[in-house]
Design a protein around this ligand. Structure first.
Ligand code: UDX
Length: 448
């Protein structure tokens, strides 16, 4: 099938490259000439595990990039829109998607054959049918569901495992208003065998994406609330509590052979210092706002956000139990990225933690295996000593604050146990055994 993809950001490029690798002919379109040249040279403008290799395997054969949207639309039967939909605090900004729809619609005016437009960008329910579709109809002078098709097809890609998530998806969801559009989408995804596919309305497809992310974010904030209560009540460790909760067979089923399956979902039912990234915070806030405008209070999701907003500062409270003031103390921050496996710092709990440490007068050293450059951009105004290794970062520290679960931090006890005096470890992720170091504090626990 001949496909064009508008927007070569994270979602657009991963989708384009993966669909080409699956056998479709794909033209990626972007306004940025430098990006297009880079892609055509076989270099990905974004870093994602495995993307470069897949790009190089397909570029020049089934995959090309261009700035020429007209050429791309004329040569394809389907156009995927994968442009950004940033959240401005009260609503998602659909201006990029509207501009793309207008440009595509104008090109459809002169196109004789049935063309399908697929919205892959995350948009709140109704956007595809009530914003994108009318623009396409107006710009093309044609009728949706008759002369051209409109489908909403959300992505479920995690940063760091986006290629695997695309190639072996949990499910494929696509909406549409007419049979012809579904036939096109069936063909697009026929290259994915043995995957559950949900064909639904565009509005439901939009809602599936938000509901999926909201559920995961809710599990995290729920777990954090339980953890904070354990710490507040004293004498209860949230790690033990969650172990007991996870063993519910509905969460971790026991197979006939007696073996227990531990599904990935249990990792969202653990206490920590909060969620971040480019999706969860933005999507939950956008859904709250969208719900409220429709007259729904969205109390649970508002609490999810409020709790997540406050959660990173729990680590400051734990420091406060040991030090009257942080003025002049040396605090080592381990982990800056919002999760391991990425250098992305968007909405990372490290941001409020570092800012609070600075405000309290601490001397900050920091180590992250890959996010130092991003941190320099995030904190141009904060004097931070960036270390080249975990052991360099913690040397001479009065306290260590662990924020991101990078695998290499597992050896922290070896380093701490060779330090004299041993620094206090504040474990924001309950990653380290509380008995493995002399001075320990963690989320969901009250030791002192
Ligand atoms: C997420 C969704 O997973 C993806 O389906 C959607 O399309 C975009 O948003 P991403 O933001 O890349 O992807 O990260 P993800 O790995 O899901 O992590 C999000 C947050 O959940 C992070 O703050 C992370 O620390 C937390 N998390 C993640 C957990 O608490 N436990 C986990 O097992 C995984």
């Amino acid at each position: 099938m001949d496909i064009s993809v508008v927007g070569t950001g994270y979602v657009g490029l991963v989708s384009g490259v993966c669909l080409a690798d699956k056998g479709h002919r794909v033209i990626c379109v972007d306004l940025d000439e430098a990006k297009v040249a880079q892609i055509n040279a076989g270099q990905s403008p974004i870093h994602e595990d495995g993307l470069d290799a897949l790009l190089q395997a397909n570029i020049g054969s089934r995959l090309t990039a261009t700035t020429d949207l007209a050429d791309a639309v004329s040569k394809s039967t389907l156009t995927i829109i994968a442009v950004g939909t940033p959240f401005d605090g009260s609503a998602i900004d659909t201006s990029y998607i509207e501009a793309a729809a207008k440009a595509i619609g104008t090109l459809l005016r002169d196109k004789e054959s049935f063309h399908t437009v697929v919205v892959k960008s995350t948009v709140v329910p109704s956007t595809t049918d009530e914003v994108v579709l009318p623009i396409l109809e107006q710009a093309s002078g044609k009728r949706a569901g008759h002369d051209f098709g409109v489908s909403m097809n959300p992505e479920f890609l995690r940063e760091g495992s986006a290629i695997g998530d695309f190639m072996e998806p949990d499910r494929i969801v696509y909406g549409g208003t007419d049979e012809q559009t579904f036939t096109v989408l069936n063909e697009l995804y026929s290259v994915f065998a043995n995957v559950d596919k949900i064909r639904t309305t565009n509005k439901t497809a939009e809602m599936i994406k938000y509901t999926a992310n909201s559920l995961l974010a809710t599990l995290i904030s729920f777990s954090n609330e339980m953890g904070n209560l354990c710490a507040g009540l004293g004498g209860i460790d949230v790690v033990d509590v969650m172990k007991g909760v996870h063993l519910d067979k509905r969460l971790s089923p026991v197979l006939e052979n007696g073996e227990r399956v531990v599904p990935a979902i249990t990792t969202f039912i653990e206490a920590g210092c909060g969620f971040g990234g480019s999706c969860f915070p933005k999507d939950v806030k956008a859904l709250i706002s969208h719900g409220q405008k429709a007259g729904h209070e969205m109390n649970i999701l508002q609490s999810v956000i409020d709790l997540n907003h406050a959660q990173p500062l729990q680590l400051l409270s734990l420091l406060g139990k040991h030090f009257d003031s942080l003025q002049g103390l040396k605090i080592a921050v381990l982990g800056l990225a919002f999760k391991p496996g990425t250098d992305d710092m968007r909405e990372s709990p490290a941001i409020p933690i570092v800012r609070a440490l600075h405000k309290e007068g601490a001397e900050i050293s920091a180590y992250d295996p890959v996010a130092t450059d991003e941190a320099r951009k995030e904190f141009p105004d904060v004097p931070i000593q960036y270390a080249a290794s975990m052991s360099a970062a913690v040397q001479g520290a009065d306290a260590i604050v662990l924020i991101t679960t990078w695998d290499e931090f597992a050896s922290l006890p070896d380093i701490i146990n060779n330090m004299e005096p041993a620094p206090l470890l504040i474990d924001g992720r309950r990653m380290i055994d509380k008995n493995s170091v002399p001075r320990y504090e963690g989320i969901g626990l009250s030791l002192s």
